[in-house]
Design a protein around this ligand. Structure first.
Ligand SMILES: [Zn+2]
Ligand SMILES: [Zn+2]
Length: 208
């Protein structure tokens, strides 16, 4: 008789109960989305509306963030943790293979999700894997909120992104409670009445 590595429920075979397996699958699917959102919340903004014109290319202001938080909760750290699990699962399952090539967090999550049947049936550390993935999820949610705030498209970015006058044009989204708009493509910040009026004024013509 085995027990589930997470909740210690008794199991006929394997190392993770069906309920915790389902949760792990869900978390692996959500982790890349959550950490993309963490990046939006914690990464220092590179440009503001003013300095994209005035000091293009110059370094932005120093981040007012607590750097400790950035060390503990970041997409980079999540990617490292998930990578180590992928490397270990692959080592146990295919000892003759070398370590997997570097891959982004989303690819490693997908790979683990695809190997989940094998992991729950044959991988003794499945409970620890599930626990660490659960911790990564909880840490991300402590930053971005739970449930994830819904974002609404409010217009297109009007920032000029190069010397040739190219306009960014990416969708600008907003979620309840945010006091400024940030373009996720070029990172221009629209903050305050003047910025918002300019943003509104320069919206491309509706083609409806
Ligand atoms: Zn369990
Ligand atoms: Zn933009």
């Amino acid at each position: 008789m085995n027990t589930c590595g997470l909740c210690e429920r008794e199991l006929e075979t394997g190392y993770l109960c069906p309920r915790d397996t389902l949760r792990l699958a869900k978390r692996l699917a959500e982790l890349p989305i959550l950490y993309a959102e963490v990046g939006e919340c914690l990464v220092p903004r590179r440009h503001s509306w003013g300095d994209i014109i005035a000091t293009k290319g110059a370094a932005g202001p120093r981040s007012p963030l607590n750097e400790d938080v950035l060390d503990v909760i970041s997409a980079g750290r999540a990617a490292e943790v998930v990578r180590l699990w992928r490397v270990d699962v692959q080592r146990v399952r295919w000892p003759q293979h070398g370590a997997p090539a570097p891959a982004p967090l989303a690819a490693d999550c997908r790979w683990l999700a695809m190997e989940l049947d094998w992991i729950t049936a044959h991988y003794p550390a499945a409970g620890d894997l599930a626990r660490e993935v659960g911790e990564l999820e909880a840490q991300a949610r402590s930053v971005v909120g739970d449930p994830l705030p819904r974002r609404k498209v409010v217009g297109q970015c009007i920032a000029v992104t190069d010397d040739g006058g190219t306009v960014c044009g990416a969708d600008i989204t907003h979620s309840a409670g945010e006091s400024r708009l940030v373009c996720r493509t070029c990172r221009t910040v629209y903050e305050g009445e003047t910025d918002l009026l300019l943003l509104l004024h320069y919206q491309p013509q509706q083609t409806a």
